[in-house]
Design a binder for this molecule. Structure first.
Ligand code: UDP
Length: 328
């Protein structure tokens, strides 16, 4: 049985990846320190013989006994609101966490795939974004802690690949959504759905003319799965190229939820990218991958998930001691 370590296992993407690799017959070790992850996302796996969970912060030395075939490094805060709350931890998990996991991969002779992001393109000046574009990033802005950690992550991964001959894969993930996103993580999809369910106005930041391209989680997981098993070691964009303005998207949410929510406008956060759309030619050509689930279907499934949550979840406030995490 192949053995895989998945970091960020209790998070949105990590938990779906655990499910996928369990279904493919792997032995899965999930690792998470639960700053932003939630054990609820993986509690259904705890009874399985081929799953185990380590509560561990990967920015500290990572020990796994026995052999390992693959590592997926998905531990990281991933929403702009989280970077503001835990900026130092965001840098550490991308930098030191990645270094530790590359060291582990080298020691175990395992193949490692690291989760990079469309954020490495910053507020892009080239549209749509191809893997060859170097980006337009503000090192010291609020998103810098994430963007620079992920850029460093790509560099150190390529250094291990070239210097140590390690088998590495780099996925650049564009906006992805689906069940198990955190309702209060500040990202636009849970934000709008939460507002609709609470009967509040939908808050558009800026004038809503900025665009995003939303990929349903099952498509994203399929792309990552294929990339891991491919023999291509340079970065690959995985995302849905179907682009929409945030204003049109808010109107879709009003229709989807059947509510008559008003739309209100708030200031645009600093360095909020104006346009984002992946060029996925590489993924198509190398992996035979393209997204299959269109926004209407994906959003229906996502809305159903959020509606099924206990009502108190809708009003829950975060109460973790983020100061402690930043200090450690
Ligand atoms: N956004 C918004 N209202 C909200 C939350 C987000 O208009 O309540 C906007 C945000 O400014 C950005 C877009 O939606 O332009 C996507 O934001 P998200 O945080 O989901 O992801 P990212 O900016 O990292 O792509």
């Amino acid at each position: 049985m192949k053995k895989i370590l998945i970091t960020g296992a209790a998070g949105f993407l990590g938990s779906h990846l655990c499910d996928r690799f369990i279904n493919e017959g792997y032995y899965v070790i999930g690792m998470d320190n639960l700053i932003t992850g939630d054990l609820k996302n993986i509690e259904h796996l705890f009874k399985l013989k081929n799953f185990e969970f380590y509560n561990h912060d990967v920015s500290k030395f990572v020990h796994v006994s026995g052999s390992l075939d693959y590592i997926l490094h998905f531990a990281s805060p991933a929403s702009p609101i989280d970077y503001l709350k835990i900026p130092i931890q965001t840098l550490k998990v991308g930098a030191m966490g990645t270094h530790n996991l590359l060291g582990l991969a080298k020691a175990k002779n395992a193949r490692i795939l690291i989760a990079s992001t469309s954020e490495i393109y910053g507020d892009p000046l080239v549209h749509p974004q191809t893997e060859e574009y170097y980006g337009n990033v503000n090192t010291i802005g609020p998103r810098g802690v994430y963007d620079e950690a992920k850029r460093f992550m790509e560099s150190i991964t390529m250094a291990y690949n070239r210097f140590h001959g390690l088998e590495t894969r780099i996925v650049r993930i564009f906006n992805t959504y689906g069940p198990r996103m955190r309702l209060n993580d500040g990202r636009v999809i849970p934000a709008f759905i939460g507002q609709a369910l609470r009967g509040e106005d939908l808050t558009i930041f800026g004038d809503g003319s900025q665009t995003r391209s939303f990929c349903y989680v099952d498509d994203q997981v399929e792309g990552i799965y294929r990339l891991l098993l491919s023999d291509y070691d340079l970065p690959v964009n995985i995302g849905n190229p179907y682009e929409i303005t945030i204003k049109d998207f808010a109107e879709e949410i009003v229709k989807l939820t059947g509510t008559d929510q008003k739309i209100i406008y708030k200031p645009l956060p600093k360095d909020d990218p104006m346009q984002r759309q992946p060029n996925i030619s590489k993924a198509k050509e190398l992996l035979g991958w393209e997204p299959k689930i269109m926004r209407e279907e994906g959003m229906r499934k996502t809305y159903k998930y959020f509606k099924s949550l206990p009502e108190e979840e809708l009003y829950k406030k975060e109460h973790k001691d983020f100061k402690e995490y930043n200090r450690s």
